[in-house]
Design a protein around this ligand. Structure first.
Ligand SMILES: Cc1cc2nc3c(=O)[nH]c(=O)nc-3n(C[C@H](O)[C@H](O)[C@H](O)COP(=O)(O)OP(=O)(O)OC[C@H]3O[C@@H](n4cnc5c(N)ncnc54)[C@H](O)[C@@H]3O)c2cc1C
Length: 431
């Protein structure tokens, strides 16, 4: 019987190395206010060490310079990298470049791979994914309005996007556009590669957010607002077949959600460690916080929620590795909303236990808290994933034919009396 929670020793050694490396070399960088150039300079020697260790761009297949790790291994790795916003950069799997490299690997022609994918992997280019529009609901992408119209050998793009992460520092954008408005809803959109210096691409700002309220244009991790006005790109910039945009996005999103959930667990664990530490030294009303039942409940509930989220996520990853993306769909929706809520809960409790210190920028908790809030709606809001889970579960059920609940006790009692009539009669006679 195969039922195993162990990690093979060689990979465990890699995980141990990563944990130490991230904590010792990357966490300290968080305390400095670095601009893009400084980040890149600081990252270069760390990236070299990661490459030496054979851990660079692990999400990609070996022929593209990656490790070809399955989702379980990648998940365990992301749990460590998630502890710091800089760590994925050192390992060549930072969003959105990692997802975009997967799209290019999946749907790119050999020419597109040569021109965009290989330089992206080498770190010579940066990319962004441009889909969400201010005027339409991102949670219902069938409403997308940005249009690409074929004109001879070119696509002409017009539209308005925002929250295109890293677009203000990117060299090219993968833009989701409607190419066939008459097609069935999920076959209307396509992905097109647009170099940022194409005339008509107007990146107007990095939108200030809860995570970065004082946004500076061109900062790593910014979320850009972009107008596309009569942007002309060659027809060969289309990724995959016309109308394949959602199909490609779907293939990319499953693994992406597993990585998100594991990264959130890395953040949660860091907040949890702070919660536990605080409870041992903060004294109030005659004892340390650790002696208060409420704080004990926070610790126990957080541990239970993180363990549940971790097992659910690794199980979804295992299912994806063994049975494929569509078999894992329901599991991925489950972890997406469950994991996002665990993240928010654990950080909230850790912050509460630290009082003013937690609220201040003297600890990373307030930044974690602001970062975490978005997890409940990007990559599909909680409500949409819950609805999808419920729909899939309900497919396995039917209403009772006679309209009476199948567990209705009086009905079952009558049936049982009939079924066991002989026995009951005997018992009565013996009484
Ligand atoms: C940090 C961050 C990074 C991002 N990066 C990118 C990026 O790189 N590229 C990109 O294109 N986009 C990006 N986005 C945008 C993100 O994908 C969208 O915010 C997301 O898809 C939700 O779309 P929306 O904001 O338009 O919200 P809406 O679709 O307007 O939804 C708003 C709310 O409506 C409710 N709702 C929606 N549908 C239902 C339903 N069926 N039932 C019940 N309630 C419902 C939910 O509460 C939901 O939160 C990013 C966003 C953030 C915060």
């Amino acid at each position: 019987m195969a039922w195993d929670f162990s990690t093979e020793p060689e990979f465990q050694a890699q995980l141990d190395w990563m944990r130490e490396f991230v904590r010792e070399e990357i966490w300290p960088m968080e305390t400095l206010d670095l601009d893009l150039e400084q980040i890149e300079r600081a990252m270069a020697p760390l990236q070299a060490r990661v490459k030496e260790r054979g851990l660079w761009a692990a999400h990609l297949d070996p022929e593209l310079g990656g490790q070809g790790y399955g989702q379980v291994k990648l998940g365990l790795m992301h749990e460590i990298l998630g502890t710091s916003p800089y760590a994925p950069l050192a390992f060549g799997n930072q969003a959105p470049d990692s997802g975009n490299s997967e799209i290019l690997a999946l749907a790119g022609t050999p020419e597109q791979k040569d021109r965009w994918l290989h330089p992206l992997l080498a770190g010579d280019l940066k990319s962004a994914f441009s889909m969400t529009e201010p005027e339409t609901a991102g949670s219902d992408p069938t409403l997308l309005q940005t249009r690409a119209v074929r004109d001879g050998d070119e696509w002409v793009i017009n539209g308005h996007k925002w929250f295109s992460s890293n677009a203000s520092i990117a060299d090219f954008l993968i833009v989701m556009v409607v190419t066939d408005p008459e097609a069935r809803p999920y076959q209307r959109a396509s992905m097109i590669i647009v170099p940022v210096d194409t005339p008509g691409v107007d990146i107007v700002r990095d939108v200030p957010t809860m995570e970065h309220p004082t946004e500076q244009f061109g900062r790593y991790g910014g979320h850009a607002e972009i107008y596309y006005r009569d942007v002309r790109v060659p027809a060969e910039n289309l990724l995959g077949a016309p109308g394949a945009g959602f199909l490609i996005a779907q293939q990319r999103l499953g693994p992406g959600r597993i990585h998100h959930c594991m990264r959130w667990l890395g953040v949660s664990k860091r907040a949890f460690d702070m919660l536990c530490e605080r409870s041992l030294y903060r004294e109030a009303h005659g004892s340390v916080l650790a002696k208060k039942e409420t704080v004990q409940n926070w610790i126990a509930d957080s541990a239970a929620e993180m363990q549940a989220a971790r097992l659910m996520t690794l199980h979804a990853a295992w299912k994806m590795d063994t049975e494929g993306a569509s078999a894992a769909r329901q599991d991925i929706s489950l972890i997406k909303f469950y994991g996002a809520n665990v993240l928010c809960n654990v950080i909230d409790r850790a912050l509460q236990a630290h009082g003013s210190l937690g609220y201040s920028t003297d600890l990373p908790l307030e930044a974690m808290y602001r970062f975490a809030r978005a997890a409940r709606f990007y990559d599909g809001p909680d409500e949409v994933h819950r609805a999808s889970v419920a729909r899939q579960i309900l497919r396995g059920y039917e209403p009772p034919a006679d309209g009476v609940a199948s567990e209705h006790v009086p009905t079952r009692r009558a049936a049982a009396q009939e079924k066991f009539a002989d026995l009951l009669e005997l018992v009565t006679q013996n009484d």
